[in-house]
Design a protein around this ligand. Structure first.
Ligand SMILES: [Zn+2]
Length: 201
């Protein structure tokens, strides 16, 4: 099943102004927003600072650093990241490019997708409790202790998530190994970094 480019994973484009406000999103953005509850539709996001849509401060800092570098050098940066669905492992690519007058475009494209047994943990319809589980926004692993990040199916097993319902709520951050690779990419001359543990791929 590898190398399929699925219809379920749209090509998403969005552009920010020199002041980091969203000035344009494409139909892929709207498709993705509707599939994820509809709270970030085009009509509600245009004009807002893009950083409002990322909750994790470290992730905001790393994206801001990449955007700054793209504006300073004029050179695009590209990396891959995981964005899984309940029954799909997905690898996507992100390219960040300077366009004009400080505006920056983000282009997200599907790279690979594999099927797997459905993980209720990623099903937005599953009831949630007060516990939180942090996933890495790059490699999709989950943090099960301060220093240990594992694939989601391992987290489900090791944390006994189904023995003690309801499921935890999910938040997104970045694991230490992905953060190191992003930072290394910012400091080097490379225009293509892959800060993701490809695990199942
Ligand atoms: Zn990671």
């Amino acid at each position: 099943m590898a190398d399929q480019v699925p219809d379920s994973c749209p090509r998403v484009r969005y552009r920010i102004s020199a002041e980091d406000r969203l000035i344009e999103v494409n139909d892929g953005w709207s498709t993705f927003a509707r599939a994820n509850g509809g709270s970030l539709l085009r009509t509600t996001v245009i004009g807002r600072p893009i950083w409002q849509f990322i909750s994790d401060p470290t992730t905001v800092y790393l994206y801001q650093s990449m955007v700054h570098r793209v504006r300073q050098t004029g050179t695009p940066t590209r990396f891959c990241f995981r964005c899984d669905g309940p029954a799909r492992r997905r690898l996507l690519s992100m390219q960040i490019s300077h366009t004009a007058a400080g505006a920056v475009e983000f282009a997200v494209d599907p790279v690979r997708e594999d099927g797997r047994p459905a993980l209720l943990l990623l099903d937005a319809a599953s009831p949630r409790g007060d516990r939180m589980l942090t996933m890495c926004g790059w490699c999709a692993r989950a943090r099960i202790s301060d220093a240990r990040w594992v694939e989601l199916d391992v987290a489900v097993r090791d944390l006994g998530l189904f023995r003690e319902p309801p499921l935890p709520r999910l938040s997104h951050g970045i694991c230490s190994s992905c953060a190191e690779q992003v930072i290394a990419g910012l400091g080097g001359n490379s225009t293509a970094t892959t800060p993701v543990t490809l695990g199942a791929f």
